[in-house]
Ligand binder design. Structure first.
Ligand SMILES: N[C@@H](CCC(=O)N[C@@H](CS)C(=O)NCC(=O)O)C(=O)O
Length: 204
């Protein structure tokens, strides 16, 4: 059985939980209570020296990086619905996974960490910069989703799960873009049972 070290308020953890739940894969969730600093503990650093969640354990394999975990689970379990094999759809999934990680993620983290998790130490300038970046990023995403059901076709993929986990985070800060295509797409991903099950307590 997979063992997943995770924290429900972590966007990177939730995308992995969404896939495990959607695909019906058996796993043991292990809470790393970040609010209590458990991600910095010696025992957790031995599992993931990056002091970050999630980490997946599968026998001798130990994996960090949420998107790498998503790809690993798909390949290992033949989840071609979630990680399509046909090249154009595969390329779209890869592109949006990387975009989520490299472009959207840092802006979301700057806003959400500093507004919600950093307390008095919240960096107001970082929030302002994140919000400014979100203007551009929302526009890119809104245009991409024009006429689309999901990012790589008519059914959801791991790219949708990854991106939606970031949007939920933005939602906690009251900053989900309110444009039509993003709202429509986010509504569709939000209806997925596995996505719902990944959400923090009291937000489902
Ligand atoms: N690139 C990593 C990022 C993971 C990450 O940033 N996790 C956050 C929670 S969402 C974390 O554990 N932060 C604690 C820290 O960096 O010390 C991934 O995709 O898994």
């Amino acid at each position: 059985m997979y063992r997943l070290y995770q924290y429900p308020f972590s966007q990177h953890s939730r995308r992995v939980v969404s896939l495990l739940e959607e695909a019906g894969l058996e796993y043991e969730p292990i809470l790393v209570d970040m609010a209590r600093g458990e991600h910095q503990s010696t025992s957790y650093l031995a599992i993931n020296p990056n002091h970050q969640v999630p980490t997946l354990l599968d026998g001798d394999i130990k994996l960090h990086e949420s998107n790498a975990i998503l790809r690993y689970l798909c390949v290992k379990n033949g989840l071609s619905d979630w990680y399509p094999e046909e090249l154009p759809a595969r390329a779209a999934v890869e592109q949006w996974l990387d975009w989520t990680q490299c472009r959207l993620g840092p802006a979301v983290t700057a806003i959400v960490f500093n507004r919600l998790f950093a307390g008095d130490k919240g960096d107001q300038e970082a929030i302002a910069q994140g919000l400014e970046q979100m203007v551009e990023l929302s526009d890119i995403l809104e245009k991409e989703l024009q006429g689309k059901i999901f990012l790589a076709g008519e059914r959801p993929s791991i790219a949708d799960l990854a991106l939606a986990s970031n949007l939920f985070q933005l939602g906690m800060a009251g900053e989900i873009p309110d444009s039509t295509n993003i709202q429509g797409w986010y509504g569709r991903v939000s209806q997925l049972d596995g996505y719902q099950k990944s959400l923090p307590p009291d937000t489902q």
